[in-house]
Design a protein around this ligand. Structure first.
Ligand SMILES: Nc1ncnc2c1ncn2[C@@H]1O[C@H](COP(=O)(O)OP(=O)(O)OP(=O)(O)O)[C@@H](O)[C@H]1O
Length: 263
């Protein structure tokens, strides 16, 4: 299920990253990264392991500080914000970690209730229940409401992780390896869910993945990170039509390790 591109508003970048630089000691990870994410758009970031994809989205999510450069989110320059303003901005960003990061000791319902009551104190018990049931219905897992995370499959955990982001109705979704460790059929279900979320919740997303079928299905635009910069971007077809050695190597490596994958 490929997405329709008609919903992208190119006049409004919801995230604008300019000349972003980040090093850890001698290790120069980002060397001047520029990126604009438009309203309604899904960007997929591809790059080899260690190329700095997670560092970039952690900076965008405010979990890491850049050495220089700027990040503007929903019109606010992140560096200029007070802690309280930053906290409010973060409520508009759903960040899914590589692991689903559910609380093991809580049921699915409690995992969803926790962020909601913490951040939306004004909601009545009834509204909380309604919101939890709605988001579980949207990710297709209402039947798991009383289960513990240990009772869920890997794909179900990812879905609940996505539900936990959605419960606060963020405008921006950041997905770090949403299909990591899943079988091809479950990967496709998660890809379809990412696209469904985009349409139903009207979100804009950055998706980090190594999975080219995920990139092809969910990405309106693909950007490739290598040596600290984005060296190639475009639609999936535009990017992989390239003879660039880095693109070919990435593609060949993926195909070698995913013989079953149909792109
Ligand atoms: N907190 C940190 N302290 C020191 N070095 C770090 C830190 N976080 C990341 N790095 C380094 O930054 C580089 C980029 O890491 P990052 O996690 O962004 O890679 P990635 O592209 O997401 O890789 P993968 O696909 O394997 O997840 C790596 O060399 C990593 O060791």
């Amino acid at each position: 299920m490929k997405r329709e591109l008609s919903g992208i508003d190119k006049s409004t970048p919801v995230i604008s990253v300019k000349k972003l630089v980040k090093s850890f000691g001698e290790n120069e990870v980002l060397k001047g990264v520029d990126l604009e994410l438009y309203k309604g758009e899904n960007i997929v970031i591809l790059g080899r392991s260690g190329s700095g994809k997670s560092v970039l989205i952690k900076i965008i999510a405010g979990l890491l500080k850049a050495d220089s450069g700027s990040v503007s989110i929903l019109g606010s320059e992140v560096n200029d914000l007070e802690i309280k303003e930053l906290r409010e901005l973060r409520l508009n960003i759903g960040f899914s970690f590589q692991s689903s990061a559910l609380y093991d000791g809580m049921t699915v319902w409690e995992n969803l209730e926790f962020p909601l009551v913490r951040n939306r104190r004004e909601l009545t018990k009834e509204q909380v229940n309604e919101a939890i049931e709605q988001v579980l219905t949207d990710v297709g897992l209402l039947q798991t409401i009383d289960q513990m995370p240990a009772e869920l499959s890997g794909g179900q955990k990812k879905r609940i992780g996505i539900a936990r982001m959605l419960i606060l109705k963020p405008e921006i979704m950041l997905y770090d390896e949403p299909t990591g460790g899943l079988d091809p059929v479950t990967c496709m279900e998660i890809n379809n869910l990412i696209n469904k979320v985009q349409q139903q919740y009207n979100t804009s997303s950055i998706i980090i993945t190594h999975d080219l079928s995920c990139a092809k299905t969910t990405g309106d635009r693909i950007v490739m990170l290598s040596d600290g910069i984005f060296f190639r971007q475009g639609s999936f077809e535009e990017v992989f039509r390239s003879d660039d050695e880095r693109v070919r190597n990435f593609y060949n490596y993926y195909m070698l390790n995913n013989e079953q994958a149909k792109l």
